[in-house]
Design a protein around this ligand. Structure first.
Ligand code: GUN
Length: 297
C-alpha cells in the first residue's frame, strides 16, 4: 500500500517530527532541563492501555520524562481529583493528561477542569479550547493538530477551500473545525460540521475539497460520497472482526479506503496515517508546556 502515489504517510512525517523533537530535548538537556509528561489511566480498557503504552515509549525514545499513574476502575471521583491536583503541583511534569474515556461513574468534565490549564497538553480544558475559539491557540488537541501538520507537510493549503468535518467531539471534530476555519496561515477554510443529526450527509461530503472523517464508524465514507480530487483525512480507528487475523480483528478507519483511494488526490491510510501523528503532537505539546513554564520563571 505504501507505494500508492496519493498516500499521506503519517508514519514518515511522525518519525521525522519525533527526530526533531529528540534534537530539541537534547538541546534543553544541556541547560539541565527535561520536559516531563504524566498520564493518568483509570481502569483496564485494552485500547486505552495500548494508547498509554505507546505514549510512554514515545516519550522515552525522545528523552522526555514519562510517568503513568494506573488507578483501579472503581476509584472514586475525589481520589482521582486529588491525584490530578498532586501532579499539577509536581514540577517534574510539565504536561498532564487523563486518558479518555473514564469509567461511567466518574465525571470526566470535572476531571478535565481540575487539570492545570498550563499543563493541559491534550488541549481539552475549557480555557484552552476557548483560546482556540478566539484564535489565540495555546494547547490544541493532538489529533486535529496532527491533521493540520499533515496538510502542511503535503502542501495542502486549506485557504478558501470547503472543508467538511464529520463528527463534533471535543477531542477531534470541534477543535478540527476551529483549526481549519481560523484566520491564520495554513487555515482559512470554509468549514461545515456534520454529525449524527445531519440530514443527507452525502450532499455535504460531496462538496468537500478536504474531508475529515471522525465519527467512529467503520468504512462509513463510501466512494459516491467523495468529490473527485478531494483530500481525504481518516481519523477513525475501528475494530472489525477478521477471522484471517491472529487477533480475530483488524483496524479500519471511517473511510472505505479501497473504494475511495482512487478518487482522492491525497488520502491517509489506517493504520499508518493520523494515529501516528497524534503521539508526535503530544510530544510537541509537552515541549511547549516545558517552554511556557520555563519562560514564566
Ligand atoms: N482517548 C482517545 N484519544 C485521546 C487523547 O488524545 N487524549 C486522551 N486523554 N484520551 C484519549
Amino acid at each position: 500500500m505504501s507505494d500508492l502515489p496519493n498516500l499521506m504517510d503519517g508514519k514518515k512525517i511522525a518519525d521525522a517530527m519525533r527526530a526533531e523533537i529528540g534534537d530539541e530535548v537534547a538541546l534543553r538537556a544541556k541547560e539541565g532541563r527535561q520536559p516531563g509528561l504524566a498520564v493518568i489511566l483509570v481502569g483496564d480498557d485494552p485500547a486505552s492501555n495500548i494508547y498509554v503504552g505507546t505514549k510512554e515509549k514515545a516519550c522515552q525514545a525522545a528523552g522526555i520524562l514519562s510517568f503513568v499513574e494506573r488507578m483501579p476502575a472503581d476509584i472514586d471521583q475525589q481520589t482521582l481529583l486529588n491525584k490530578v491536583r498532586e501532579i499539577n503541583e509536581d514540577d517534574r511534569f510539565h504536561g498532564l493528561l487523563v486518558q479518555s474515556p473514564l469509567p461511567k461513574h466518574l465525571d470526566e468534565e470535572e476531571v478535565v477542569r481540575a487539570i492545570d490549564p498550563r499543563k493541559d497538553v491534550d488541549g481539552f480544558h475549557p480555557f484552552n479550547l476557548g483560546l482556540l475559539a478566539l484564535n489565540q491557540p495555546r494547547f490544541v488537541a493532538c489529533t486535529p493538530l496532527g491533521v493540520m501538520e499533515m496538510l502542511e507537510r503535503y502542501n495542502v493549503d486549506p485557504s478558501g477551500k470547503h472543508a467538511v468535518v464529520l463528527g463534533r467531539s471535543h477531542i477531534v471534530g470541534t477543535p478540527m473545525a476551529l483549526l481549519l476555519q481560523r484566520k491564520a496561515k495554513g487555515a482559512n477554510a470554509t468549514v461545515t460540521i456534520c454529525h449524527s443529526r445531519t440530514q443527507d450527509i452525502a450532499s455535504y461530503t460531496r462538496q468537500a475539497d478536504i474531508l475529515v472523517a471522525a465519527i467512529g464508524q467503520a468504512n462509513f465514507v463510501k466512494e459516491e460520497m467523495v468529490k473527485d480530487g478531494a483530500v481525504v483525512i481518516d481519523v477513525g480507528i475501528n475494530r472489525v472482526e477478521d477471522a484471517t487475523k491472529k487477533k480475530g480483528y483488524r483496524i479500519v478507519g471511517d473511510v472505505d479506503f479501497a473504494a475511495v483511494q482512487p478518487k482522492a488526490s491525497l488520502i491517509t491510510p489506517v493504520p499508518g496515517g493520523v494515529g501516528r501523528m497524534t503521539i508526535a503532537l503530544l510530544l510537541k505539546n509537552t515541549l511547549l508546556a516545558e517552554e511556557l513554564i520555563h519562560n514564566s520563571k
